[in-house]
Ligand binder design. Structure first.
Ligand SMILES: [Zn+2]
Length: 140
């Protein structure tokens, strides 16, 4: 769970005012992550919220799982390349094979047993040719 900045604390924006008198009334949320890092969350317009929901659904279809909190934060900031970097880190941690990492970098998608029926035929072709490409250039 994310923890909100206490309204009586100094505002993380550095204004030297209390959060409740500074960014809170403007609808800006600050969250404290478990490591102590503070994340700023701008209120989204209805259009941006819709776009985010769409991106989250696309993500779930692509990767066969829901977005993590960290990935959602990056999406809100439109830092999609960072989202990919986070996914890649998770893949490495989970012990994904080198060819999977390669194909993910190349195609931006992740095909697994769980989502193979949800990816489009074009995506599947791109994925499989990336895997083949990796195998050709890295023969065992
Ligand atoms: Zn502030």
């Amino acid at each position: 769970m994310r923890k909100l900045v206490n309204p009586n604390n100094y505002c993380p924006c550095g204004s030297n005012q209390k959060y409740k008198k500074c960014c809170q009334p403007k609808g800006i949320d600050y969250f404290i992550k478990p490591g102590g890092k503070i994340i700023r969350e701008q209120p989204l317009t209805p259009e941006a919220r819709q776009a985010l929901e769409r991106q989250k659904q696309e993500f779930a279809t692509k990767y066969g799982r829901a977005v993590s909190e960290e990935e959602e934060n990056l999406m809100r900031l439109n830092e999609f390349s960072n989202v990919n970097a986070v996914i890649e880190q998770d893949l490495l941690k989970a012990g994904a094979s080198a060819e999977t990492i390669y194909a993910f970098r190349k195609t931006g998608i992740l095909v697994s047993k769980e989502n193979i029926n949800q990816v489009s035929p074009q995506e599947l072709i791109a994925w499989e040719s990336a895997i083949q490409e990796y195998r050709r250039s890295n023969p065992r």
